[in-house]
Every structure is written in structure tokens, then in C-alpha cells.
Design a binder for this molecule. Structure first.
Ligand SMILES: Nc1ncnc2c1ncn2[C@@H]1O[C@H](COP(=O)(O)OS(=O)(=O)O)[C@@H](OP(=O)(O)O)[C@H]1O
Ligand SMILES: [Mg+2]
Length: 352
């Protein structure tokens, strides 16, 4: 079956959610609170999750959703809940027809909290499951850097559709990006890209807009005839991936250029469009399990752009196990032809 309709809704829903996240991005106060695991969450995360789940519920009412946030803290913090409700009500696509397709305005503040809580599926090997990260790279979002709004559709454990909005990536594929790219941005039209892919049908990008979807073009990874010339990306936060091990792998491959550090799945998107070649995310904390919403959409977009995405042993990421991947998975992504070479270096460095 073709997933054209799912991709269309995913792209439109992500596009609308980025209108909200960018509004928060340019505000000084982002309504930041700390979650139980000490990671930050903002009014942008909650608002974007509400808008995207509403769109999925309207169009695919029987599907399950695995999403990062839940509303329990908002039910206790009435002021925060009211602030998100105020924010969400103002967000709509300029094209009224497109906005209607996504379900139009949310019903009420209480209804918004219930919608946020519809992302509690436990995931698993069977059925249609949407994996949603309303703001991936929340720390980058707060720092004024890169972040991504990410949505993937997993069917029977396989990622079929992926859509990622990166409001702070340059529209032009050739513009060099750095971790601070977002910080230097003003609200201009030169930034904001929407990436998407359907399994077996390739990957595309288009500028983010505030109305209907802009025309798309197909994207692909660049060939790497000499791996020593490759550019590798990694996370900004040292607590999220082992930057020392990443550097040791690059050194073994003969790469001398410094890494490009970016928050979020913007890393997957960057290499998929050829603005970088390799993404290394070697595990830092023993036992840490990556969340499926942090990888589903990016995994498909890179593979459809001609890349390979695996764990540190060279095995494809397994999205059929629930809300997380296996422990100590890490991520290694590279052009297909170079992947074995990168994995060999990873195995030597990590003594696997
Ligand atoms: N210890 C550890 N190991 C691996 N991954 C972790 C860890 N802690 C958190 N996270 C998740 O990392 C998500 C952000 O990843 P990034 O690639 O943006 O990291 S980085 O900030 O650029 O380094 C981030 O996603 P968001 O919460 O959506 O921002 C976390 O889910
Ligand atoms: Mg998040």
C-alpha cells in the first residue's frame, strides 16, 4: 500500500506545529519546567504535541500514538495549562482548507489536555503506531540552536513514513551549518525546512511555510569516495553521546575535520541532504535506552536518501520493542557504501 495520505497529513501537521514552536522560540519566556528525569520541557513541547495528535486523531482515528509528553503536570499547574491553551488557540495554517483538514481549532483547554494524553501507547511489533517528538533537542531549542519536530509512522515494527520540521536549518542545502546556526537567525524566510520520506519512495525536502505545503524536491546523501574527507555530525550535549568515542572513530577513519555539532534529528536531516556524511551517536550511559520518537522519522529519511542507519553492531534499529530501542544501541548513520567501514572502526574503538 502507498502511504501518500499519511505523509501528507504528517507533513501538514508538522508544518502547523512549527508555527507554534517558532513563536515560542522567539519569546524570552518559554514556560520551561523540569520533568521527572530532569530533562526540560517547554510550553512549545506541549502545544506542538496537542496540535499534532489532534491531526492524527482527526485523520486516522484508529491508529496508536507513542509521544514524548504527558499532561499530568499540566493538570496540577493550572497557570501553565492556561498559558499553553492561550498559545495553541492562536495557531492555524494560513490556508483555511488545510487547517480544517487537520481538525481546525482544539475543542477546549480540558480537551487539549486529554489530546496530549493520547500519546501513551506502549508501542510494539503489531499495528499502526505514530511516534511523535513534538520538540526533539529541547536543550538546543532553549539555547537558540537547532531543534526538530518529528513524526514517524511505524507499521508492524517497520517505519513507513517520516516527517521532520527543522525551523532553524537553512533552506539552501549548500549553506554550511553549525550548532549555533539557529542562534544567529532572525525571523527570515531563509530558514526552515520540512523533510519527509515514504518507505521505498525516496526522501524529499521543501521549505516550511505558513499555509499549504511548498513544492518539494528529492534529496540524497552525497557519495563519499574518500572516507577521510567525510564530515561527521554529533550531538551538542556531552551527556547524550560519547563525544570522545565519536572522535576516536573519526580519527581511525582518517577524518581530520572537526565534527559538526547539532542538536536533534536535524543531524539525520543534514546528512540526508548531503550537508554532512556521517552521524555518530555512541552510547554514553551504560543501559540507556533511546526513545523511538527520537529516531523513527530520521532513520527512514536517511535510508530513503541512500544511507544506512544501524546500532553500534551494524544491525538495523528495531522499532518493534515498545517505546524504546534496546539498551546501549547508539546510532551509526552513513552512506550505504561506507557503513561497513564506519562500523568496523566503531567496533575497534568500543572493543566490541
Ligand atoms: N543519556 C542519554 N543518552 C542518549 N540520549 C539521551 C540521553 N538523555 C536524553 N537523551 C535524548 O537525547 C535527545 C536529544 O538528542 P540530541 O541529539 O538533540 O542531543 S544533543 O543535545 O544534540 O546532544 C533528547 O530528546 P528531547 O528530550 O526530545 O530533546 C533525549 O530524549
Ligand atoms: Mg522532545
Amino acid at each position: 500500500m502507498s502511504y501518500q495520505q499519511e505523509r501528507y497529513i504528517a507533513e501538514l501537521a508538522v508544518q502547523r506545529a512549527t508555527l507554534l514552536t517558532q513563536k515560542v522560540f522567539f519569546e524570552k519566556a518559554k514556560g520551561t519546567v523540569s520533568k521527572d528525569d530532569k530533562s526540560p520541557v517547554t510550553i512549545g513541547d506541549f502545544g506542538a504535541q496537542a496540535l499534532i495528535i489532534q491531526a492524527i486523531r482527526k485523520n486516522f482515528p484508529n491508529d496508536e500514538i507513542v509521544a514524548e509528553e504527558e499532561a499530568s503536570s499540566l493538570r496540577e499547574d493550572k497557570a501553565l495549562s492556561a498559558e499553553i491553551w492561550r498559545l495553541v488557540q492562536d495557531i492555524k495554517l494560513e490556508d483555511a482548507e488545510s487547517d480544517k483538514i487537520l481538525g481546525g481549532p482544539l475543542p477546549s483547554e480540558e480537551g487539549m489536555l486529554d489530546i496530549i494524553d493520547e500519546g501513551k501507547s506502549s508501542g510494539g511489533p503489531k499495528g499502526r503506531i505514530w511516534a511523535l517528538d513534538p520538540i526533539d533537542g529541547t536543550k538546543g531549542f532553549l539555547r537558540g540552536g537547532q531543534y526538530a519536530v518529528c513524526l514517524g509512522l511505524i507499521v508492524d515494527g517497520d517505519v513507513k513514513v517520516g516527517a521532520i520540521g527543522t525551523p532553524n536549518l537553512p533552506v539552501d542545502d549548500r549553506v554550511a551549518i553549525t550548532a549555533s546556526t539557529g542562534a544567529q537567525q532572525t525571523e527570515t524566510a531563509s530558514n526552515g525546512v520540512l523533510f519527509s520520506a515514504i518507505q521505498g519512495e525516496g526522501a524529499t525536502s521543501r521549505p516550511l511555510s505558513s499555509g499549504v505545503l511548498a513544492p518539494s524536491k528529492s534529496i540524497s546523501m552525497r557519495p563519499v569516495p574518500d572516507i577521510a574527507q567525510a564530515v561527521f555530525c554529533e550531538g551538542v550535549e556531552a551527556a547524550h553521546s560519547a563525544q570522545g568515542d565519536n572522535a576516536a572513530v573519526a580519527e581511525r577513519l582518517g577524518i581530520t575535520a572537526p565534527s559538526v555539532r547539532l542538536d536533534s534529528q536535524a543531524k539525520y536531516c543534514s546528512i540526508a541532504r548531503g550537508a554532512g556524511d556521517i552521524y555518530l551517536r555512541l552510547p554514553v550511559k551504560k543501559g540507556y535506552q533511546e526513545k523511538i520518537w527520537d529516531h523513527a522519522a530520521g532513520d527512514l529519511i536517511v535510508r530513503e536518501a541512500g544511507g544506512q542507519v544501524t546500532d553500534i553492531y551494524g544491525q538495523r534499529l528495531d522499532f518493534s520493542k515498545g517505546r524504546t530501542l534496546a539498551a546501549n544501541t547508539g546510532v551509526v548513520a552513513a552512506p550505504k557504501a561506507a557503513q561497513d567501514q564506519v562500523i568496523d572502526a566503531v567496533k575497534v574503538v568500543l572493543k566490541l
